[in-house]
Write a new protein. Structure first.
Length: 319
């Protein structure tokens, strides 16, 4: 997997073959399998990577301010789910957060200067570097294991995006396999991620005990940003398999029972499945498109992106 196919920092996907109509301001359309569709934010700056807290009461959101340059564009805010207000929790150069297991601090990528590194900070506390030095050329997409002992991440080694783990104290850095954006299964035995397989990106899992890698999706379309359901039985992901748009799908944890949950002339990205059963994601629905947005460079050129959520009706499993 060549880094040039992604934004060089933190594994944001940047390829899309979407048709583009600048004057249109479409809205997210839900399929019949959705019990509820709700828009969570409506800010002027684009927002990505909603990460719900363990109690599903607070969201972490990565914000990009197009008025700034380089990595200074990126910061992290928190906002109460179902409430109002937002709070800056990590300033410029910060993105891609995950909640730490203590729920009082966050782990995220920090690239204020030099190569991006994984750091940790809490309310009112200083930044703590997790490792003494960058692990690769672009450390990002951290996800803490259910037992709180390890972090999964992606980084560039040589010319390839790789999945790795390390101890919460920065020790025991272990390379696993090529891939992007790993997520721990709820039981801590697997990681789900995506990577190139031929000309397209597909979803894979890796068994941590054995190192066995299993491909879950196939076909001539891209499948991106997988995440687990709270019980580990399902995986939400983004695919452009229908209408040449990126929409939200769910499949069984073995790749069966694939079901689409959003449709229409929008693009959805970066889902996260909360403990209360809602799936949060970002969408360019309702966007005030300038006409200069390049669909081949999403999401870094999105001038508009808000956070939404659905409550899915899950199909019967076909195991």
């Amino acid at each position: 997997m060549k880094p040039m196919m992604l934004v060089g920092l933190m594994g944001l996907a940047v390829f899309c073959s979407c048709a583009w109509a600048p004057a249109v301001q479409p809205k997210v359309e839900a399929t019949s399998g959705v019990m509820e569709l709700t828009r969570i934010t409506s800010e002027e700056v684009p927002e990505f990577f909603p990460i719900p807290s363990a109690d599903a009461k607070t969201l972490l959101v990565t914000v990009r301010d197009p008025s700034k340059q380089g990595m200074d564009q990126w910061s992290i805010i928190s906002t109460p789910i179902g409430g109002t207000g937002r709070q800056l929790v990590a300033g410029s150069g910060s993105l891609d957060p995950t909640w730490a297991s203590d729920s009082n601090s966050i782990i995220y990528s920090y690239a204020k200067s030099g190569k991006s590194r994984l750091v940790r900070s809490g309310k009112g506390s200083a930044i703590t570097y997790i490792s003494a030095a960058p692990l690769g050329d672009s450390d990002g997409a951290p996800d803490q294991s259910p037992d709180g002992k390890k972090i999964a991440l992606n980084t560039i080694i040589g010319t390839e995006w790789m999945i790795a783990t390390l101890g919460i104290d920065g020790s025991l850095f272990t390379m696993l396999c090529p891939g992007i954006r790993p997520k721990w299964s709820p039981d801590g035995t697997k990681l789900v991620f995506y990577r190139e397989a031929g000309e397209f990106n597909h979803v894979f899992t890796i068994e941590l005990a054995t190192g066995q890698v299993t491909q879950l999706t196939e076909g001539k379309h891209n499948n991106l940003f997988p995440c687990w359901s709270p019980d580990g039985g399902w995986i939400a992901f983004i695919s452009d398999r229908d209408e040449e748009r990126r929409h939200l799908y769910v499949m069984s944890n073995n790749g069966s029972s694939v079901t689409r949950y959003t449709s229409g002339k929008t693009d959805e990205l970066t889902p996260a499945w909360a403990s209360d059963g809602y799936i949060y994601f970002c969408s360019n629905a309702g966007g005030k498109f300038s006409g200069n947005d390049d669909p081949k460079l999403l999401p870094t050129t999105w001038n508009y992106s808000d956070i939404w959520r659905i409550k899915p009706i899950l199909p019967s499993r076909m195991d």
